[in-house]
Design a protein around this ligand. Structure first.
Ligand code: GDP
Ligand code: IMO
Ligand code: MG
Length: 426
């Protein structure tokens, strides 16, 4: 068997690492770009010239005219959001009708999922979700009470299930949250309309992607969220409801693990997190505010301010391990241009003792004191630089330390939002 030409792009931190930008660049070299998990909670930004695109469900490869873009079975699809995104891309003359494919096994986010997400994520233990219905939809999938895209085209079954599920959810909405009941007939009518509109995109994507790989075509998998938001290996329960690391690719597409060849991790040159939960290197004072301002750190999906902090080496090592990261893309290096000093957490201390790994227990993780290594800032503008060797020496020292610490080669450095503001290292 020929070796597969497959790569994947995975967030190393808590999401928003700049995966959209990196996927857009790597898509120029991909026949297929495939999303395998998450849903409308993702916000992937691509900037081409003076045009900005924010993609939530459609793979970021859609801006490269030749890539077929697949929404895999592991994604939870909000049909309202998907149709809005399709319409928006059509208006901007992106050939979405030619290139988009949606798995018939993907689960559908229903109106009650969004209501439940909003109403239930409250109080002391709240996660701070994006309120896109992600958790409730994946919960129903696991409970075998979900609706899949294929079900939209089985009128009898679709009707029965909508009636049953809406009735059940109305009881929960009323009893637990005092919410108004939803009208199943109205939902049914609405979703019949959406089903008609998305029909041209729907396909059994399992043979579609696997055949492409077997033909030797180039397939790029696009992760959403980041490794520290992974349902199993992230900072549970302050995580998303899917496997956002490379382990999610197989279950989210039907492509066997042995066919995933290269894993590319994406990390910011510092760190951010949006929503609640532990963040050991968070900077709550002036430096954090400065990073937020310089990096424009506001959520692409919800507009919420992102929490900012230094690069967390310990968490990143964890991500390198669980994903088997082969190469690293470091983004937003330019955001650090003005800093006098830059830190990397190279160790975690708990109760005065060093701990080698990211603690599983959230309360312990909240009490971690990071041990920092400090680097002098380069205090230079990086715009126009396209070769790694042309970076200021102090910037190279910073990156080379990261390579050595994480034992991963940095193959791409991003120094601005625009597609071209990128250093590719062969
Ligand atoms: P994603 O969810 O991982 O795709 O990342 P987001 O799009 O949510 O957030 C990344 C933000 O950083 C976006 O606004 C990008 O346009 C921007 N960005 C990406 N790379 C760079 C970079 O190298 N420098 C700067 N200044 N901004 C960048
Ligand atoms: P991209 O793909 C950053 C966070 C939410 C919340 C937690 C659970 O753009 O990197 P959810 O709505 O998934 O149930 O929320 O996960 N979160 C993200 N944070 N980037 C994302 O996606 C995120 N998707 C979810 O803020 O803390
Ligand atoms: Mg994002």
């Amino acid at each position: 068997m020929k070796s597969p030409k497959t790569r994947c792009v995975i967030g190393v931190q808590w999401g928003d690492e700049g995966k959209g930008k990196i996927v857009d660049i790597l898509s120029s070299d991909a026949d297929y770009v495939v999303r395998f998990q998450g849903g409308g909670n993702a916000g992937h930004t691509v900037v081409v010239g003076d045009q900005k695109f924010v993609l939530h469900l459609i793979p970021s490869g859609i801006l490269q005219e030749k890539s077929r873009c697949v929404i895999g079975n592991g994604v939870v699809v909000d049909l309202v959001e998907l149709l809005n995104e399709v319409q928006h891309l059509r208006e901007r003359k992106i050939p979405v009708d030619k290139n988009l494919i949606v798995s018939d096994r993907a689960h559908v986010v229903m109106p009650y999922h969004k209501f439940l997400d909003k109403l239930s994520d409250v109080g002391k233990g709240r996660i701070g979700t994006t309120q896109r219905g992600i958790g409730p939809c994946y919960a129903d999938k696991a409970a075998r009470k979900g609706l899949r895209v294929a079900d939209l085209y089985n009128p009898k079954l679709f009707r029965e299930r909508i009636l049953q599920f809406t009735r059940e959810k109305n009881l929960i909405l009323k009893a637990l949250y005092g919410g108004a009941p939803l009208d199943p007939e109205r939902i049914l009518k609405e979703y019949r309309g959406y089903a008609r509109k998305i029909k041209p995109f729907v396909l059994d994507t399992v043979p579609y992607i696997n055949d492409a790989i077997e033909r030797g075509e180039r397939v790029l998998f696009e992760g959403a969220q980041g490794s520290m938001l992974d349902l199993d290996f992230g900072t549970y329960p302050y995580v998303t409801s899917s496997n956002s690391d490379a382990c999610g690719i197989s279950s989210g597409t039907g492509v066997p693990p042995k066919q995933i060849r290269t894993v590319i991790g994406v990390a910011k040159a510092y760190c951010t997190r949006v929503g609640r939960g532990p963040f050991p290197t968070e900077l709550k004072g002036a430096v954090g505010n400065r990073l937020r301002k310089l990096g424009g750190e506001f959520g692409a999906t919800t507009g919420r301010p992102r929490r900012c902090g230094w690069f967390d080496g310990v968490a990143s090592r964890h991500a390198v391990r669980i994903n088997g990261i082969d190469e690293l893309a470091v983004t937003k290096l330019d955001v650090l241009n003005a800093m006098d000093e830059i830190c990397i957490a190279t160790g975690y201390q708990l109760n005065g003792k060093m701990v080698p790994n990211v603690p599983t227990d959230t309360t312990q993780l909240n009490r971690i004191k990071p041990v920092y290594r400090t680097f002098p800032g380069w205090k230079k503008d990086l715009s126009g630089i396209r070769k790694f060797s042309d970076l200021p020496r102090k910037a190279r020292t910073y990156l080379e330390f990261l390579e050595k610490y994480l034992k991963v080669r940095i193959t791409l450095v991003s120094i601005g939002r625009e597609r071209g503001e990128t250093i590719i290292r062969r």
